[in-house]
Design a protein around this ligand. Structure first.
Ligand code: SAM
Ligand code: DTB
Ligand code: SF4
Length: 333
């Protein structure tokens, strides 16, 4: 969707915006289900990149313990626990700039993915930059979706990260899509961005072809020792508005109410679900930061008369729409 259309929606009174997003939600998601995704940091800290929100950058003194790549057996144990507690997606994150085929650590991750994918959950990974070859290998190993966030607008991005560019992020997304993986791509609120930056992010994401399979909406969790530790908190209404806009712009995506839920009341989260969120990170830890407990989330879902989504291990990436002007995917035919 174009920026101007998004802006018109954004400028509506909140209830009018939610009315529209709810209509889109009901037309596409009549099931009242919430997807539960468990995150695991399989390689924590020591990252070369300087993302100013992130506790895992080696450039900040966040005080987190740097850890080596977790062994496959430990990851499999954690994945099984996630499945047993009702998660249908297991997301493994690594604090790396990216991965290269032929390296020991990439082979180890690929071997782990092969086994995790046999457990019957959707498998998501977020490992940083990918080339075409790495993307093919990950797809073949059983990755359902690749998470790679754009986080904010192209214009604001250099104020937040200087060690890689927006185009680097877009190239990775394209490589993952070309290899046939679904894309999970969203952003963070609270990076000092303007409302226009938020809308520009949604404009870019909604114009992917195919559109992303999921759109995580994170609120900055200000991590001690990072440049953004003293940032103003994001309000729940900012989150609701962003979710509603994402729901309208990317109707078939799971819109994930992501980092920052510990700061949102249950009533606030209910409003986020009403506005179009239908997925959460589930489990008391995100990557390094905290998240509501499993018991609390299950109780909230039940109190709202919603239910946890059932597994869908065979999910395939959506087809790319053929648009010769936008994407020359079939120009050679
Ligand atoms: N290194 C990989 C990358 O950058 O894509 C994967 C891990 S990275 C931690 C994944 C995402 O977590 C970031 O793109 C950002 O959206 C989110 N994130 C990281 N730190 C956060 C924080 N303090 N608050 C909210 N979201 C955060
Ligand atoms: C996403 O959009 N949010 C998740 C996941 N994708 C990898 C990560 C949130 C990280 C929150 C801060 C932390 O735990 O360090
Ligand atoms: Fe590294 Fe990813 Fe954190 Fe950036 S967001 S510092 S790339 S782990």
């Amino acid at each position: 969707m174009k920026f101007q259309q998004l802006k018109e929606l954004f400028d509506l009174p909140l209830f009018d915006l939610i009315k529209k997003s709810r209509e889109v939600h009901d037309a596409n998601w009549s099931d009242n289900e919430i997807q539960l995704c468990t995150l695991l940091s399989i390689k924590t800290g020591g990252c070369s990149e300087d993302c100013s929100y992130c506790a895992q950058s080696s450039r900040h003194n966040s005080g987190i313990q740097v850890e080596r790549l977790m062994e496959k057996e430990e990851i499999l144990k954690r994945a099984q626990i996630a499945k047993d507690t009702g998660s249908t997606r297991f997301c493994m994150g690594a604090a790396w700039r990216g991965v290269r085929s032929g390296t020991k650590r990439f082979d180890q991750v690929v071997d782990t993915i092969r086994d995790v994918s046999k457990l019957g959950m959707e498998v998501c990974v977020t490992l940083g930059e990918l080339g075409p070859e790495e993307a093919e290998i990950l797809k073949e190993a059983g990755v359902t979706a690749y998470n790679h966030n754009l986080d904010t607008s192209r214009e604001h991005y250099p104020n937040i990260v200087t060690t890689h560019t927006y185009d680097d992020r877009l190239n990775t997304i394209r490589n993952a899509q070309d290899a046939g993986m679904s894309i999970c791509c969203g952003g963070i609120l609270g990076l000092g961005e303007t409302n226009d930056d938020r809308l520009k992010l949604i404009e870019v994401i909604s114009e992917f072809n195919p559109q992303p399979e999921s759109v995580p909406i994170n609120s900055l969790m200000p991590m001690p020792g990072t440049p953004l530790e003293g940032s103003d908190p994001v309000t729940v209404f900012d989150v609701v508005r962003m979710i509603a806009i994402a729901r309208i712009a990317v109707p078939k995506a799971k819109v994930r109410l992501s980092a920052g839920r510990t700061q949102i009341s249950e009533e606030g989260q209910a409003l986020c679900f009403f506005a179009g969120a239908n997925s959460i990170f589930y489990g008391d830890k995100l990557l390094t930061a905290s998240n509501p407990s499993v018991q609390k989330d299950l109780k909230l879902i039940s109190q709202l008369g919603l239910s946890a989504k059932q597994p869908n291990p065979n999910m395939e990436a959506p087809e790319r729409e053929c648009d010769r002007e936008l994407s020359p995917c079939c120009a050679a035919e």
